[in-house]
Design a protein around this ligand. Structure first.
Ligand SMILES: Cc1ncc(COP(=O)(O)O)c(C=O)c1O
Length: 396
């Protein structure tokens, strides 16, 4: 007996949470192109272009620069397991959930973990990190650039020096920062850097761009034993992305069309212009929420990631009801906190296509409506007025 399931019918949402974020219509269109074989000349050409565009976005000359088939966590796992062997000392700077995930992965591949915690909502103090790694035989220093669970942007330059002093590889997560704020892989001495397709790149989730410098490739070549994950073994994957074109696994062809188009869009606008737009929208959003009487979770403005904006849920206000109002009345999705911050903060993504003055204003309007409906008295129109003033006085 044939069984008829209904086709999926997804309502239109405006994705203003910490990811996935809005997908560009051009990206959706690119994904509908016919699937071809993984060695088709047209496809290989597209791969070369993805490689070139990713190098531009990561600001690197690294030959080993390509997207991994998998989400941001695949990027994270590949960036750790390829370089860590049992017993290797690995330091992870931890200020939130995603850095804690790195620690879990280090443990699973037998690394000797040195966990350097700092208070969520603040950046790590380089002196504390330097002190913690002193005298260690460190193989890797790992850090999250934009900690999506807290909204903190960690300055990387001081950590570069510490990694170099310790003779360790610097591994950096840029899942919620790449193509939203400056990322200078070569300039900052980052050895391994990965990201995800679904945040500032305005692509669906499913790919994890990664770039691996020469020092790290040497470590990979010098391993005692093969990487325990066959699928994420970078030494094999790079042979498909490099000149040899050696088959490793069937690439997710349609997702690669998507990434190709997403990268084209970013580079057409220009990286500087993209960063300036994210910065401007973040500033206006902060002015707006503060004018509504809300408080940012990251107290120090200089420590805030402009891509993931975190706001305290005010006392007496029900986090879920406010988010429900935003979704039901306006189709807008924002997120609550994760881990210990669940129900305590809102996470607002101004990433890629949602980092626009129009959407910042729309969200502030919707937020005012949701807060008022939930018993929080905010000055009428103040949020939008503050943001609009900011957009008018500090145009991009
Ligand atoms: C900073 C950071 N790292 C890693 C990840 C994991 O990525 P994914 O959920 O795509 O596997 C995320 C996801 O939000 C993230 O924000």
């Amino acid at each position: 007996m044939p069984v008829a399931f209904p086709a999926i019918a997804i309502p239109k949402r405006l994705l203003m949470g910490p990811g996935p974020s809005e997908v560009d219509p051009r990206v959706y269109r690119a994904m509908t192109q016919p699937v071809v074989g993984y060695l088709d000349g047209v496809f290989l050409q597209a791969m070369d272009e993805i490689h070139a565009m990713l190098r531009a976005v990561f600001s690197t000359q690294n030959v080993a620069t390509f997207p991994l088939s998998g989400t941001g966590s695949a990027g994270m796992e590949a960036s750790l397991i390829n370089f860590i062997e049992p017993g290797d000392e690995v330091a992870v700077v931890v200020g939130g959930v995603f850095a804690a995930r790195m620690c879990e992965m280090v443990g699973r591949c037998g690394g000797k973990l040195l966990r350097i915690d700092h208070r969520p909502g603040t950046t790590a103090d380089p002196d504390q990190v330097r002190q913690a790694v002193r005298g260690k035989n460190l193989k890797v220093l790992a850090v999250v650039h934009s900690e999506t669970s807290t909204g903190v942007l960690q300055p990387l330059e001081p950590l570069k020096e510490i990694a170099q002093e310790a003779g360790a590889l610097l591994v950096v997560d840029t899942v919620s920062s790449l193509a939203g704020v400056p990322v200078q892989v070569d300039g900052w001495g980052v050895d391994v850097c990965y990201s995800g397709s679904q945040k500032c790149l305005a692509c669906p989730p499913g790919l994890a761009p990664i770039t691996v410098g020469e020092r790290a490739r040497e470590v990979l070549r010098g391993r005692q034993k093969p990487v325990q994950s066959w699928y994420l073994d970078l030494s094999m994957i790079e042979k498909y992305w490099g000149q040899e074109r050696r088959y490793h696994h069937t690439p997710p062809v349609s997702m690669l069309y998507a990434l190709h188009e997403a990268l084209r869009i970013v580079l057409e606008e220009g990286l500087e212009a993209v960063w300036a737009r994210h910065q401007q929208c973040h500033r206006a959003f902060v002015q707006g929420v503060e004018a509504l009487g809300l408080r940012m979770f990251v107290a120090d403005p200089a420590a805030r990631a402009c891509t993931v904006n975190t706001v305290h849920v005010p006392d007496g206000v029900d986090d879920a009801r406010v988010r429900g109002h935003l979704t039901e009345r306006f189709g807008i999705e924002i997120a609550t906190g994760i881990g210990d911050l669940r129900g305590k903060i809102w996470r607002v993504g101004l990433m890629g296509r949602t980092a626009t003055p129009e959407l910042v204003v729309l969200l502030l309007n919707a937020l005012e409506s949701a807060l008022t409906a939930n018993g929080f008295a905010c000055p009428r129109g103040a949020g939008v007025a503050a943001a609009e003033k900011m957009f008018a006085t500090q145009p991009q």
